[in-house]
Design a protein around this ligand. Structure first.
Ligand SMILES: NC(=O)c1ccc[n+]([C@@H]2O[C@H](COP(=O)([O-])OP(=O)(O)OC[C@H]3O[C@@H](n4cnc5c(N)ncnc54)[C@H](O)[C@@H]3O)[C@@H](O)[C@H]2O)c1
Ligand SMILES: O=c1ccn([C@@H]2O[C@H](COP(=O)(O)OP(=O)(O)O[C@H]3O[C@H](CO)[C@@H](O)[C@H](O)[C@H]3O)[C@@H](O)[C@H]2O)c(=O)[nH]1
Length: 446
């Protein structure tokens, strides 16, 4: 049985490697020749612990191969996963150009019956449309079926998420094709939910939108904590202990980022517009998040007035720890505003500095570690909760900075520790500590 993967980005690569690890023969195709060259030499362009080792192992045992030839990839495949990107259009809708191109290639070269499995996140109705399109391309003697199989892995823990998935969703309007894809997943031994195609497509968007809702909700509660003097850490803990609510995705902070939540919430909003349905909660979730991303900067403005000429260190660039991805990262928006303010900016991130350098070039100083980033700084912003930052010795802020003023968008430190280390410490949904007296009337005084 031959499996092919179209699109060897994060999802495609993890899928390919995991199916090879599960014992299948897998061929991965991508239009990016450099990526294919690197991967076929065992070099992983994505940062994830364990991924490169698994890639190398399956290249060596011959179960995994990479090709830049779409004909070779398509012609003998029994199952073709499509995991190409579905980025955001200007109007917020999902851009399906890459998907359409992949389907054209597959349809052109398919030489035997096959099941096409769409893993990319796509709006409701897309699988059905792709099925109809393929019917018009493939010769009459070839039977092609389309199955929706949305992906729920998280960046940085894709392998773990695949082998320990809470559920595998398979949406098929053809029972036989649905069952065949369910059989494909048997070696993973995870719970499988089979639905119709449209429900599977919506499960993906609804899941991401719900998780984003939890984050925006807790961020709203955090803002309320700042007004009322309550502490968000205790409030979230108390809420999360109720198993009906659950403790996950209740970490208040500087807002959600990454390649999925921002684009998928917007694409779902666009879809609701197309159906002339007003999904009010979703609209608020998006709005709250974009306001939350500005909050840390606004707090600094409240404390300092103008930030022009200030030495500012930004700790953490990636949208979350253990990834080098800075797509829609709160740090990117913060830095853009700091540049506008003409602040003097140094940054530190254990993995994402290279990606930030591609975006901001010489406008930033890229430090090798926290010490180098904060040396001589007037202000520190914490944007990503990497262990190098959460476990940093608080005394060193006072030692190395001009004045130890920290704006923490991830609530990394215990308030009592920050206070006793003499830091002016402003976090999210908690009382600000050691904020100087001339801010008597500021909300930041907590
Ligand atoms: N990144 C995640 O954590 C994640 C998780 C779940 C679902 N998803 C969804 O999965 C899809 C892929 O996401 P990603 O993060 O892997 O994207 P990505 O942008 O990292 O990778 C997409 C890959 O597709 C390739 N490609 C584009 N057109 C192609 C074509 N015609 N044929 C073959 N390859 C082609 C690109 O060169 C690129 O390597 C998206 O729909 C995304 O929303 C992503
Ligand atoms: O309590 C929380 C949890 C997360 N976040 C932020 O939310 C964003 C997304 O985090 P996470 O969900 O861990 O990362 P992703 O890799 O983007 O994964 C999400 O998006 C993927 C792509 O669709 C889905 O497959 C996953 O199930 C879904 O968790 C990050 O900026 C986090 O900092 C918070 O602010 N508070």
């Amino acid at each position: 049985m031959e499996i092919t993967i179209f699109g060897t980005g994060y999802v495609g690569l993890v899928t390919g490697v995991c199916f090879a690890e599960a014992g299948y023969n897998v061929t991965c195709f991508d239009i990016d020749e450099r990526k294919i060259t690197a991967l076929s030499q065992g070099r992983c362009p994505i940062y994830e612990p364990g991924l490169e080792e698994m890639l190398k192992r399956n290249l060596e045992n011959g179960r995994l191969q990479f090709t830049y030839d779409s004909r070779l990839a398509s012609k003998n495949a029994d199952y073709i996963f499509i995991a190409v990107g579905t980025p955001e259009n200007e109007d917020g809708s999902a851009n399906l150009e890459f998907l359409e191109d992949a389907v054209d290639q597959i349809g052109k070269y398919l030489s035997r019956d096959a099941v096409i499995i769409i893993k990319s996140t796509v709006p409701v109705g897309t699988n059905q449309r792709i099925y109809q399109k393929l019917q018009g391309i493939v010769p009459d003697n070839i039977q092609v079926k389309v199955v929706s199989n949305p992906e729920f892995l998280r960046e940085g823990s894709g392998i773990l998420d695949t082998f320990h998935a809470d559920r595998i969703v398979i949406g098929a309007d053809d029972n036989e094709a649905g069952r065949a894809v369910a059989d494909l997943y048997k070696p993973f031994g995870r719970p499988i939910l089979q639905t119709d195609v449209r429900s599977a497509e919506l499960i993906k968007y609804a899941s991401n939108a719900f998780l984003a809702t939890k984050i925006s909700f807790i961020n709203e509660v955090a803002n309320l904590c700042e007004h009322t003097g309550a502490n968000i850490e205790d409030v979230a803990k108390g809420m999360g202990m109720d198993v009906r609510i659950g403790s996950q995705f209740l970490r208040a902070g500087i807002g959600y980022g990454g390649s999925c939540f921002p684009k998928d919430t917007k694409a779902l909003e666009k879809l609701t517009e197309d159906y002339e349905y007003d999904f009010k909660i979703l609209r608020s979730v998006i709005e709250v998040n974009s306001r939350q991303k500005q909050q840390l900067f606004e707090k600094a403005r409240e404390l300092f007035g103008n930030l022009q000429g200030k030495r500012v260190a930004v700790l953490g660039l990636a949208f979350k720890p253990h990834t080098d991805d800075i797509r829609e990262a709160p740090a990117v928006e913060l830095i853009a505003r700091l540049i506008e303010e003409q602040a003097d900016i140094s940054v530190y991130d254990p993995a994402a500095s290279g990606n930030a350098a591609d975006l901001f070039g010489s406008r930033l100083y890229y430090a090798e570690n926290v010490d180098a980033a904060i040396k001589g700084a007037d202000i520190v912003f914490i944007v990503t909760e990497w262990p190098q930052i959460t476990q940093y010795d608080l005394e060193r802020f006072s030692l190395l900075m001009r004045e130890p003023v920290i704006f923490d968008g991830r609530n990394c430190y215990d308030l009592a520790n920050a206070e006793s280390a003499g830091l002016t410490y402003v976090s999210v949904g908690r009382k600000a500590v050691n904020v100087n007296r001339n801010l008597e009337n500021s909300r930041l005084r907590g």
